[in-house]
Design a binder for this molecule. Structure first.
Ligand code: RP5
Length: 168
């Protein structure tokens, strides 16, 4: 395995559509990402092995996404001291509320920084991972500033569109 800045774990390949844009964003920021499908429940030992391999490859932040009884982020956090960002995913009859509570309610001393449910949470986890890496990487800091600027420009363009629709 080559050098890895961020390891992204998801519990099932069915989770990939929620995560793909966030992984693409990290790539656009020049962050080296390694993606794994591994489950806290279905492949528990493989999950631990992948955590060890990611650490050996230099991984500084883990992003872990899962749905339903989402224990992947907690299982990864149990095996590393590096920051673990948890992304609960929608699906099942509780549609993400189950995953949110499963991810966020960690026992004291084993933190998982938990984000919102679904694609927006995944994007924020990616941005947050870049913010962590950007603490000692000015280039990444500038890229993040550029993304903030794009978000602001989109809102301002949105106002012009709304006002134009009113003939304003
Ligand atoms: C979780 O169960 C996965 O992260 C996924 O969100 C959910 C359903 O998995 P599949 O049955 O689609 O593989 O562990």
């Amino acid at each position: 395995m080559g050098r890895v800045d961020v390891a992204v774990f998801m519990g099932s390949s069915s989770d990939w559509a929620h995560l793909r844009p966030a992984v693409d964003l990290l790539g656009q920021l020049g962050v080296t990402v390694r993606v794994h499908v591994s489950s806290a429940h279905r492949t528990p030992e493989r999950t631990v092995t992948l955590v060890r391999e990611a650490e050996a490859a230099g991984c500084r932040v883990f992003i872990c996404a899962a749905g339903m009884a989402a224990h992947l982020a907690g299982a990864v956090a149990a095996h590393t001291l590096r920051p673990v960002l948890g992304v609960p995913l929608p699906g099942g009859i509780l549609d993400g509320v189950d995953a949110l509570l499963s991810t966020v309610q960690m026992p004291g001393g084993v933190p998982v920084a938990t984000f919102g449910v679904g694609a927006a949470g995944a994007r924020n986890a990616a941005v947050f991972a870049a913010e962590i890496l950007g603490l000692d990487d000015p280039r990444l800091g500038e890229e993040l500033q550029r993304i903030r600027g794009e978000g602001a420009a989109k809102v301002e363009a949105g106002e012009l569109e709304v006002r134009a629709s009113l003939g304003d």
